[in-house]
Design a protein around this ligand. Sequence first.
Ligand code: ADP
Length: 301
Amino acid sequence: MKIAILSRKTNLYSTRRLVEVGRARGHEMRVIDTLRCYMNITSHRPEIHYKGEVLTGFDAVIPRIGASITFYGTAVVRQFEMMGVFPVNESVAISRARDKLRSLQLLSRKGIGLPVTGYAHSPDDVEDLIKMVGGAPMVIKLLEGTQGIGVVLTETQKAAESVIEAFMGMRANILAQEFIKEAGGMDIRCFVVGGKVIAAMKRQAKPGEFRSNLHRGGTAEPTKITPEERSTAVRAAQVMGLNVAGVDILRSNHGPVVMEVNSSPGLEGIEGATGKDVAGAIIEFIEREAKPNRTKTRGKG
Ligand code: ADP
């Protein structure tokens, strides 16, 4: 097969691994810089141009779209879809997952365990918002944050009010969330490919920190997950419409709760911690599923 990897850099671990494994399995792998794709949106003959060349003949595309280029990146993935190329994750699913609020709303509709979460616009509603999520200590999150930046733990009611008011004053969109204290700074990353959890690791925050992000100094190790956690992760990926997803779960007193579903989960942390061939699982998924015009959203936008 001829497989495109949309990625800004060829030397990123995830990109390198996908190229290496794909080639070893006999595929033609090509890394395409997302931001160098430009598009011809003509009737009947949608095209992607790349550094002066017209891209043709691809069977599948693996989008690795960074959060900072979501808009342009999903437009490029969509253009591949219009050309009938099979996307590992569809453009609409990527856009959905990038919006934390929209994701939580969709997950809640399907009854997936979530931390109690509130969203408000007016400073007049802050007091009730705080009450709604169970009061302090609580977590306040910037909707646009990644890698743990913009996630704040407020210990007291007063601190929560001040932080929310400050963010609102800056016109930042924020979520107020129940603090899952019993998680003890630990979360579980379940890596889902094609409706199965193929690897799972637990990430522990460094001492004195509640955020377990590896970028915030957290450490990772393999873990066994419960059947309930496994089905929560699989259902979360399915609700979001993602074939490949990193589902982040906290162990709460009221069962597993989903914090986030990531549409371009990194391979380095999970392969390093678990020793599993995650890149291989993604390529095998493409071998099973990729057929021309297999995008569900085709024709619907
Ligand atoms: P980001 O997308 O920036 O990584 P997250 O929402 O995943 O933001 O939060 C970062 C980390 O903070 C999580 O991995 C988790 O360890 C911790 N965290 C987030 N929300 C909560 C919460 N409601 N209760 C306890 N810990 C939380």
